[in-house]
Ligand binder design. Structure first.
Ligand code: ADE
Ligand code: ZN
Length: 323
């Protein structure tokens, strides 16, 4: 089935082999010396440990060619799984503020890598530069201005990462307002480790057009109703939720309840090699956990296409498969 992947972090697609190659290219000591060691390093006791290692990978991404390489690699793998469109979250403020990088060469490298894969496979793509909310909103605003001042043609939305207490107390909303003034919608992580209030906040303050995760919404029927009535898609990543212990077990995961409640669910991988997953594995989880039939699975694939920021023409072409 044609599918779109709407929740995957470009920097979270760096597999063990590529970590080793990047460390070698930049003359850095890798976090482990072989693939098995990196795969072990990609096991986390929770979100803080994950974030520390995710940012270590960010530090190995330095030149445009590094970004091009990982973009090409992931789009090629995705295409092999029937993915027709990928929207990559890119940790823009992380690269700019934490690592002193400039946005233009990063963007140009990613675009070159995406175009290379698109030429080879026909896959479509878009970018979601995002805000890392552990950084102050004023600094993020300056960093995002650098994003807004460069080529916007490959950008389909801006995003908000998470979780962090600060994103409900610091003033990130003006960044989303500026993006909207440029015709760029916002999406936001919310309700991953946190509760329904995060989801409500993202919709009300960031005008989020999609929520990444959203599993925490389920404890408040009013927030569920807000998602259902507004048909605000939730890009759910069950494998990530297990790997980062956002839920205790597969049995405790609310995916089936979200689908049953009428929430517009799409499936994503978040950070696939870091969580030992693929998009097909996420569909297999949905199949196993939700008791869906083929039609139910097809609905998730259709949702992913409908909720994407691809052009109406492309969506119509992909959705024709299901007609
Ligand atoms: N950035 C990369 N992966 C993430 C996740 N699972 N949640 C929030 N931000 C992220
Ligand atoms: Zn995510």
């Amino acid at each position: 089935m044609p599918k779109a992947e709407l929740h995957v972090h470009l920097e979270g697609t760096v597999d063990a082999t590529t970590v080793l190659a990047l460390a070698d290219r930049h003359d850095e000591t890798p976090p482990a010396h072989d693939v098995a060691g990196i795969d072990e390093w990609y096991k986390f006791d929770g979100f803080p440990m994950f974030l520390e290692r995710y940012f270590a990978v960010l530090g190995l991404l330095r030149d445009p060619q590094d970004f091009a390489l990982i973009a090409t690699n992931y789009l090629t793998q995705a295409s092999e799984q029937g993915v027709v469109h990928v929207e990559f979250h890119v940790s823009a403020t992380g690269h700019i503020l934490e690592n002193g990088k400039r946005w233009a060469p990063i963007y140009d490298g990613i675009v070159a890598g995406c175009e290379r894969a698109a030429d080879a496979t026909g896959i479509s793509w878009g970018l979601i530069p995002d805000i890392s909310p552990h950084l102050p909103a004023a600094d993020c605003a300056r960093a995002m201005d650098e994003v807004f001042d460069h080529d916007l043609s490959g950008i389909v939305a801006i995003g908000m990462g998470g979780p962090a207490d600060t994103w409900t107390t610091d003033d990130f909303a003006p960044i989303f307002a500026k993006a909207r003034s440029l015709g760029i919608p916002g999406v936001s992580h919310a309700g991953e480790h946190g509760g329904p209030d995060e989801v409500r906040f993202a919709v009300e303050h960031f005008e989020a057009r999609r929520i990444q995760h959203g599993i925490g919404a389920m404890s408040d029927p009013e927030v569920v109703a807000m998602l259902v009535d507004g048909q605000v898609p939730c890009d759910v990543c069950p494998g990530s939720n297990i790997a980062l212990k956002a839920v205790e077990s597969a049995e405790a995961h609310p995916l089936a309840a979200m689908v049953a409640a009428g929430i517009f669910v799409t499936l994503g991988t978040d950070d696939p090699p870091m969580f030992q997953t693929t998009l097909m594995a996420e569909y297999a989880r949905a199949w196993a956990w939700c008791g869906l039939d083929v039609e139910g699975i097809a609905k998730l694939a259709q949702n992913s296409i409908s909720a994407s920021f691809a052009s109406p023409e492309l969506k119509e072409q992909w959705l024709a498969f299901f007609a």
